[in-house]
Design a protein around this ligand. Structure first.
Ligand code: SF4
Ligand code: SF4
Length: 473
């Protein structure tokens, strides 16, 4: 790296991470099969230490591309710094067209959804398929998903008279946020989510009803495209906050969307002046809810800190600090993973009878952004009630499918992505399951690329156990 790189240059920012992890080394071995970033970091660090050879600008940029914010490593601060470096690269150098196109999952979904037949003809034709892959920077061998004839938006429009009705006066009210992959590629998952929520007594509004219902923002955030992420989030935040104010919860069947709304959106919001005024902070003290990553003396459910000491450190200056902190907190505090939400309703006695056997052997794989939410494996508990289904959990924290959002689609990461996912696929094959069950649809795409074992979202299995049919449309 050039010695005179300015303080905020992306190379300086990512080099800071290399130095920090290189002098810590805690992740040197335990994470090497589940992360592309840290093994490369240690390779560069060791080379410098042993041969004095500095990482080049290209090596540092490639290094920053390798992190997919899976959350397996223990340091949130390090992950934040990697994201800052990615954003600095994108701001200074721009993003290639292929990345800008690929990260805009919602737009691709809407476009393909408008012409599903044509999209599938183009995907199925070797010449046009190769052209699409080249334009999007995809590897030639990567399987492209089929576009469903009718996406989730079609289904919601068709039954809109029923969506949003009061099921009973005590019903919970929830906005269901399907995420782009379920909305445009796997609408049967989104439909199952709505139907199962309703069977648990929830009054459901699908977020695609709202004209501003958009991608959660995670794909562009991972690519360092702060402007696009901010744009998507600001369009979602207003209507989401309004629904929360009316008593709705936000329920996500995609663990990445859930992780985004619960954790990333709220990052720093409790340190804002608006929240401090609301929570009773003053000129001398900052008050942060317990469990929000800050330790210190507590009063009730608040950690109370000296403002003079902590004020300059704890600041709302992250990616989304330009958005209303109280709205970010309101949405984050009312966002739930679908499994977590259903499990809580089951505890209240609201679970319907799972009357239909779903005989078979399945492996359950909890994806990284579910593990990162630190809510356990709620769907695993719910699946225990499905008659005649035997489920083997693969819950080791270092299992990774290797898809990493859209990273596995990129030409330069295709092989690394498959190498990263190979140990997990081997473990799954060794168990000889008839079905793989996982919440994450990116994992599903990766498993479908690597093998022919059918893959289901757990909510699809629950729906079958409840009504005996794959669909009740
Ligand atoms: S991520 Fe954290 S724990 Fe792991 S090597 Fe880096 S500084 Fe150490
Ligand atoms: S967030 Fe995941 S990919 Fe990024 S450094 Fe940590 S373990 Fe590696």
């Amino acid at each position: 790296m050039p010695q005179d790189a300015p303080k905020n240059a992306p190379e300086t920012l990512i080099q800071k991470v290399v130095t920090a992890c290189g002098s810590c080394e805690d992740c040197r071995h335990f994470i090497e099969d589940a992360c592309l970033f840290l093994p490369e970091l240690f390779r560069l660090h060791d080379r410098k230490r042993e041969h004095g050879e500095e990482a080049t600008k290209d090596e540092l940029q490639r290094l920053s591309d390798l992190c997919n914010l899976c959350g397996l490593c223990p340091c949130a601060k390090i992950r934040r710094e990697i994201m800052t470096a990615k954003a600095a690269y994108a701001a200074r150098d721009g993003l290639p067209f292929s990345v800008r196109a690929l990260q805009d999952v919602g737009r691709i979904g809407k476009l393909c959804g408008a012409f599903p037949r044509l999209s599938n003809v183009m995907v199925g034709n070797p010449v046009t398929s190769a052209l699409i892959k080249k334009t999007l920077g995809m590897h030639a061998d990567r399987t492209m998903p089929a576009v469903p004839r009718k996406n989730f938006d079609h289904w919601v429009r068709k039954r809109s008279a029923r969506v949003g009705r009061d099921t009973d006066h005590q019903a919970r009210k929830a906005v269901y946020f399907p995420g782009c992959t379920a909305r445009f590629l796997f609408p049967e998952v989104a439909r199952a989510a709505v139907e199962v929520l309703e069977a648990f007594g929830v009054d459901v509004v699908a977020s695609v009803h709202d004209p501003d219902g958009e991608c959660c923002g995670m794909p562009p955030l991972l690519e360092g495209d702060r402007d696009m992420a901010l744009n998507l989030v600001s369009r979602n935040l207003q209507w989401m906050a309004e629904h929360v104010a009316e008593g709705f919860d936000m329920v996500c069947s995609c663990p990445t969307c859930g992780y985004f709304f619960k954790h990333l959106l709220r990052d720093g919001a409790y340190y804002s002046e608006a929240y401090q005024q609301h929570a009773g902070g003053d000129a001398k003290t900052l008050r942060i809810p317990v469990g929000m990553g800050v330790n210190g003396p507590s009063e009730g459910n608040m950690v109370v800190l000296h403002r003079a000491t902590y004020g300059p450190i704890l600041r709302d200056n992250g990616q989304f600090s330009s958005l209303d902190p109280l709205q970010r907190i309101a949405v984050g505090e009312h966002a739930f993973d679908l499994g977590e939400y259903l499990a809580a309703l089951a505890v209240e006695g609201r679970a319907p009878k799972m009357a239909h056997p779903v005989p078979g052997r399945a492996v359950y794989y909890p994806p990284c952004h579910l593990r990162e939410q630190k809510i356990g494996y709620p769907f695993l508990e719910l699946l225990e009630n499905v008659p005649e289904l035997s489920v083997v959990p693969l819950t080791g924290t270092l299992n990774c499918c290797g898809m990493a959002g859209i990273m596995g689609y990129k030409k330069q990461f295709h092989h690394s992505s498959l190498e990263l996912g190979a140990p997990l696929m081997d473990k799954i094959r060794a168990l000889q399951p008839e079905t793989i069950i996982t919440e994450c649809l990116s994992c599903r795409l990766q498993f479908q690329h690597m093998d022919n074992i059918p893959v289901l979202h757990p909510v699809e299995v629950l729906r079958t156990a409840m009504n005996g049919r794959r669909s009740i449309s």
